[in-house]
Write a protein that binds this ligand. Structure first.
Ligand code: SAM
Ligand code: SF4
Length: 452
């Protein structure tokens, strides 16, 4: 049997795509390996969101080239594929800069991998055209064993691409226009995952709450309606979704946070900046106060809501005062976790051409201040859960013998002693301590809510 090594960079969409590639290659006779040096096929599933991400891929390709040469000297062939958003954005440039690469394939084309891999060695190929057909129709379904191997929490792509065109972002160019998968196909995949023991589904999409898929009744379903249907699936106890845009948080979705116990009280809702002028220049189409009011409405529906966000500092022309607006918004809203980045100019996006770029030193100083505040909020949130009893979904054995590890409703890792609970159970745990990255707890009630 041939071996494939897949390395994924960037967002959860790439994690999902990497799993689908592995499923597809399994039916082509490849088994997955975690060791690149023994792989007959190396796939780098890349991310193009920030400059460093692409440079990391080129330096990794340097290492892959050495490995390919070593294996060749030993009489083994290694095929090298670059997939994902760097593949889409750079195309032929990758073949020019990285001689080890055989195939460059975009995120909407990886269902073509089996035929691309059959091309002769001398023929290096680029496949990045946006296809008319739906790649999902061509991807084989994962086996029960493959699903089980990946654990009780699974990603499920419901939407791809983006039509928002934020001025800093490459996604509309690399992933293409916004497309929602039909409800029937999502249900089919969800039922399959549940049948193999999955308890938690995270619905993913570049702009997931813009979901508007065709329902079985022929009507267009929103994300709120889809969540109601998925919550009915036996065995599925938890539903999450990411990444959302503030403009697409409609009433039905907010109500789902109130009405569906399966919808976890955790929401990743990126705001990017607290300054109205910067938000406008980013083409985010909402103000800081509109975001604050939106959060108030969601918290009214779900008072226990824990919030997460993405932030960009040093967007072109951002003044000190505008950065302070972001600090104020963070203080006003309060975040349980977050991701924050220095603005990175992406070729082809409107913001990259703005002349007033902020210096690296200023970006670094702003990022350090913002991250300091966000980290204090994260720690405060985690310490605030000490003394509470939380439902924990058991995902794996813990770090030490006799320990189990799982996640709280707020996505916090929780460790506790147990020798009588199994992966997939949801156990009520009293939180007794908070470390820097996980919580520690003790069982409060016997195991319950076992998988149906
Ligand atoms: N769709 C999501 C939204 O509307 O917020 C964001 C998806 S994007 C893949 C993930 C995050 O990367 C963004 O929220 C943003 O904070 C960050 N990002 C995107 N482009 C960036 C850039 N040019 N420089 C720095 N960070 C960037
Ligand atoms: Fe990029 Fe998100 Fe804006 Fe779409 S909504 S352009 S994915 S940041």
């Amino acid at each position: 049997m041939k071996k494939v090594f897949v390395k994924s960079y960037g967002c959860q969409m790439n994690v999902y795509d990497a799993e689908r590639m592995a499923d597809m290659l399994a039916s082509e006779g490849y088994s997955e390996t975690k060791a690149m040096e023994e792989a007959d096929l190396v796939i780098l599933n890349t991310c193009h969101i920030r400059e460093k991400a692409a440079e990391k891929v080129y330096s990794e390709l340097g290492r892959v080239r050495e490995l390919k040469n070593e294996r060749e000297a030993a009489g083994y062939e290694t095929k090298v594929v670059v997939a994902g958003c760097v593949a889409q954005a750079e195309g032929k440039e990758i073949l020019r800069r990285a001689p080890a690469v055989d195939v460059v394939v975009g995120p909407q084309n990886y269902h073509n991998l089996p035929s691309l891999l059959k091309k002769p060695r001398s023929e290096r190929v680029v496949d990045t055209e946006f296809p008319v057909e739906d790649k999902f129709d061509h991807l084989p379904k994962p086996s029960k064993a493959a699903i089980r191997n990946r654990g009780v929490s699974a990603f499920l792509t419901i939407q791809e691409g983006c039509d928002k065109f934020c001025t800093f972002c490459v996604v509309p160019y690399t992933r293409g226009a916004e497309v929602s998968r039909p409800v029937a196909k999502i249900l089919d995949e969800a039922l399959r995952l549940a049948d193999a023991g999955v308890r938690e589904l995270t619905l993913i999409g570049q702009n997931v709450n813009a979901y508007h898929g065709e329902g079985p009744d022929g009507a267009v379903w929103s994300l709120g309606r889809l969540l109601h249907r998925l919550a009915e699936i036996p065995g599925i106890a938890r539903l999450r979704y990411m990444t959302s845009h503030p403009r697409d948080m409609d009433d039905e979705l907010i109500a789902a946070h109130r009405d569906l116990p399966a919808v976890m009280p955790y929401l990743h809702l990126p705001v990017q900046s607290g300054s109205d002028r910067i938000l406008d220049a980013m083409n985010r189409r909402h103000t800081g106060d509109e975001y604050r009011r939106l959060i108030e409405r969601i918290r009214k529906a779900q008072p226990n809501l824990a919030l997460s966000s993405d932030f960009i500092v040093g967007f072109p022309g951002e003044t000190d005062a505008e950065f302070e607006d972001t600090m104020r918004l963070v203080s006003d809203v309060g975040f349980a976790s977050s991701f924050s980045f220095k603005y990175s100019p992406r070729p082809g996006t409107p913001a990259a051409d703005i002349e007033t770029q902020v210096s690296e030193a200023v970006k670094a100083e702003r990022l350090a201040r913002l991250q300091n505040l966000l980290e204090m909020q994260r720690q405060a949130f985690n310490h605030g859960t000490v003394g509470q009893t939380l439902d924990v979904l058991l995902e794996k054995p813990g770090r030490h013998p006799g320990q189990m590890a799982g996640k709280s409703p707020y996505l916090q890792p929780v460790q506790f002693e147990s020798d009588r609970h199994a992966v997939g159970e949801i156990v009520t745990v009293r939180i007794i301590g908070a470390g820097s990255n996980s919580l520690f707890g003790e069982i409060s009630e016997p195991g319950n809510q076992a998988a149906a």
